[in-house]
Design a protein around this ligand. Structure first.
Ligand code: TYD
Length: 210
């Protein structure tokens, strides 16, 4: 059985959700069964995380554990059942988000970044995605985009340029295998979507895209 999980990753404000939704519409047009889902989930642990994302004082190690717990629930209760039904699953954020954000958030608890990343990988024992679309841009641009669309008091705790600079670097450092496509998020929405679709037609053997 072919199981396909495609993750959209990147710092805040890169347009991941837009690209995931457009890809879902495209699959729909091709009558290919899919599930579009996201992290944090909208379920119990995801709701707890949403609260913690507004609380600059919540403990970083606890955040890392809670993201992993939400992800385990997401994989086993939502993603896997959909893949068993032969759906292509598109997830807006997955393991790489924890590797990138929590390794920076938890940096003070570890002697170096490598050990922080190792600990976060250990926590996240769910299977990896088959394809990871990493939307990459300078945080100066993405944070500006976010502050134009969201009131300052509604921004979540990670949405700061300095923090996101470090997070971006971890995302890029991790994207070494051919599972990753790194996309320049400053391109137009249409151009990005075309690049993603072209990649999927070539590399996802799931079904024929006519
Ligand atoms: P985000 O995708 O931005 O949700 P929304 O667009 O609905 O606000 O995710 C919220 C925040 O959570 C974002 O700043 C990234 C952070 N995050 C982590 O730090 N670790 C994780 O594992 C995940 C999934 C998200």
């Amino acid at each position: 059985m072919v199981m396909t999980l495609i993750a959209f990753e990147g710092i805040d404000g890169t347009g991941k959700s837009t690209q995931a939704k457009l890809l879902a519409t495209w699959l729909e047009q091709h009558k290919i069964p899919y599930l579009l889902t996201q992290e944090p989930t909208t379920d119990f642990y995801g709701k707890l995380l949403r609260k913690r994302l507004k609380d600059a004082n919540s403990d970083p190690l606890g955040d890392a554990c809670l993201f992993a717990l939400d992800r385990s629930h997401h994989y086993y209760d939502i993603i896997l059942p959909a893949m068993m039904e032969q759906k292509i699953v598109l997830t807006d954020r997955y393991i790489d988000s924890s590797i990138a954000y929590q390794s920076i958030q938890c940096a003070n608890f570890f002697p170096n970044q490598k050990l922080a990343i190792e600990w976060i990988r250990q926590l996240n024992q769910v299977p990896e995605a088959n394809l990871i679309c990493l939307l990459d841009t300078d945080p100066n641009i993405s944070v500006k985009r976010r502050t134009q669309e969201t009131a300052i008091q509604d921004l979540e705790k990670f949405e700061h340029t300095e923090f996101l600079m470090k997070v971006r670097q971890v995302f890029l450092n991790q994207a070494t295998s051919d599972k990753y496509i790194i996309l320049n998020a400053t391109l137009s929405i249409e151009e990005l979507q075309t690049q993603i679709q072209n990649h999927i037609v070539k590399h996802i053997p799931h079904t024929n895209f006519k």
